[in-house]
Design a protein around this ligand. Structure first.
Ligand SMILES: NC(=O)c1ccc[n+]([C@@H]2O[C@H](COP(=O)([O-])OP(=O)(O)OC[C@H]3O[C@@H](n4cnc5c(N)ncnc54)[C@H](O)[C@@H]3O)[C@@H](O)[C@H]2O)c1
Length: 457
């Protein structure tokens, strides 16, 4: 059994702490947000993550997992402390390390024993050195620390499974004893271990996220070409992605990437590359393609409706992806902002993210509990997040409920023909042929329908 503390009980910290306790370790989870700690102590979790609540409760009851609002009490017994606080984007696009610095100081003044400090937060290269320097400067006792980089690759929505069955575990460390400790801690997961120096481990995380974001922007750019030339990007992905060197995951056209990681991590890597004198040419383009994807979608709806003022749009999906209530940098929310700015009214539905979205929009958006209610008397429906429950919508009911006939399938989850036979106008992303001709013939002329100027068949 290892004695662990995890500082920062967000998506990553709570999953990490809970899963480590599930593996038989004694884990203290610490957060500056006292209300969050109260919520956890009372047997609830502060966000939606499938399967997590059951694990938290089980390990709390077994006495292996507890929650603290202050660092000093939480790290008292810890031989290893994970830092899992947020690292948001600064105004200049770089990574804001304010919370990491604060935690390093708090740990330093409370440390009473030699300890391994693990950076789990996504942090720029050299942050390992920074944390070590802060601890050396502020420690009260003559204790030794070994700073390890252990970036996290879990995905919200499947975070528990991702933690328990990772593709790989990356350990960046300078000290062999620290490596051995981490090897032992993760041994029950039986996953491939990539052991590197600290800076390389920090770089691995940014490389992985930037590459996946690039794949998404790449296929969105291709989708825009598909629309113009009358090709279907879904078939293009199937054809190109079946090449093992390319693959189909993170290769779907849509509204672009969002969430708390990709936008800020790509931006941070742009900043790191500029700072070290090797400025990125690709990554700024990845970000700008991503931003354009939202304005393109708003424009398509605008054109299809003959203008946004006075129109009502039903938006299905608010979370940045399915199976989470996380709305940080959600493309859906940006789309809604665009629709509102254009003069439309918005009715919105999401299976779990309405509470978070309501806190953001207040009464600027009307929220409903049933997805069909979001179609009632609206001019257009947009499917902005590909939740499973939207995949089998009854288009006959939709057509009857709507006062207009435009459906934007912003995640390309429908067969365009099944909407068309129900009298609905289909707007997809990059579906120049099957979205508009319905007969497999392609012509650049059909592409003009994509922007909504054509009439429904
Ligand atoms: N969310 C993901 O899917 C994901 C995946 C991989 C990596 N990451 C990275 O992990 C890190 C954490 O992300 P997250 O999504 O869990 O963040 P989060 O915002 O959900 O949680 C961060 C937590 O840290 C707490 N905190 C902030 N300052 C603190 C302090 N001084 N002392 C104690 N607690 C403090 C906050 O109250 C919050 O509960 C980030 O660097 C992120 O980039 C996130």
């Amino acid at each position: 059994m290892h004695r662990i503390a995890v500082v920062g009980v967000g998506y990553v910290g709570l999953v990490t702490g809970t899963c480590l306790s599930e593996l038989g370790n004694r884990v203290a989870c610490i957060d500056i947000d006292a209300q969050k700690i109260e919520t956890l102590r009372s047997g609830r979790i502060p966000f939606y993550e499938p399967g997590l609540l059951e694990l938290v409760l089980r390990n709390q009851h077994s006495g292996r997992l507890d929650f603290h609002a202050d660092v000093a009490s939480g790290i008292e017994d810890a031989e290893c402390i994970f830092i899992a606080v947020g690292t948001p984007m600064s105004l200049d696009g770089s990574c804001d390390l304010g919370a990491v610095r604060a935690v390093a100081r708090n740990i330093a003044v409370s440390l009473k024993r030699d300890t391994i400090i693990v950076n789990k937060s996504t942090v720029p290269v050299e942050t390992g050195d920074l944390v070590a320097a802060i601890i050396r400067e502020h420690r009260k006792e003559d204790v030794q620390v070994w700073v390890v980089s252990n970036p996290e690759f879990m995905r919200e929505g499947s975070a528990v499974a991702d933690f328990m069955s990772p593709d790989r575990i990356v350990i960046g460390a300078h000290d062999e004893r620290a490596v051995e400790y981490m090897r032992d801690l993760y041994a029950p997961l039986d996953a491939p271990l990539i052991v590197t120096d600290v800076r390389t481990a920090e770089m691995i995380k940014y490389t992985a996220n930037a590459f996946l974001a690039m794949k998404i922007s790449f296929i969105n750019e291709i989708a825009n070409v598909c629309e113009r030339v009358g090709a279907d990007v879904k078939d293009v992905v199937a054809g190109a992605g079946s090449d093992k060197r390319i693959g189909t995951s993170f290769f779907s056209a849509g509204l672009g990437f969002g969430g708390s990681c990709f936008p800020k991590d790509v931006s941070a890597l742009v900043s790191i590359s500029a700072r070290c004198g090797a400025p990125s040419q690709l990554l700024p383009a990845v970000l700008s393609v991503n931003e354009d994807q939202i304005s393109r979608a708003v424009e398509k709806i605008d054109v299809a409706l003959g203008g946004l003022p006075g129109r009502i749009v039903g938006v299905l999906g608010l979370a940045f992806k399915p199976n989470t209530d996380d709305i940080r940098e959600s493309p859906s929310l940006k789309l809604i902002e665009g629709l509102l700015a254009g003069g439309a009214s918005v009715v919105a539905h999401d299976p779990v993210a309405v509470g978070n979205a309501r806190a953001r929009f207040g009464d600027r958006v009307r929220f409903v509990n049933d997805c069909y209610e979001a179609a009632n008397d609206v001019d257009a429906v947009v499917v902005a997040t590909d939740w499973n429950e939207y995949k089998q919508l009854d288009f006959t009911i939709l057509r009857k409920l709507m006062r207009g006939d435009v459906v934007m399938d912003a995640r390309n989850i429908y067969d365009p023909e099944s909407l068309r036979v129900n009298g609905l106008r289909y707007l997809g992303v990059g579906r120049g042929v099957s979205g508009y001709s319905g007969n497999g013939s392609a012509s650049p002329h059909e592409d003009r329908d994509v922007t909504g100027s054509g009439t429904a068949p």
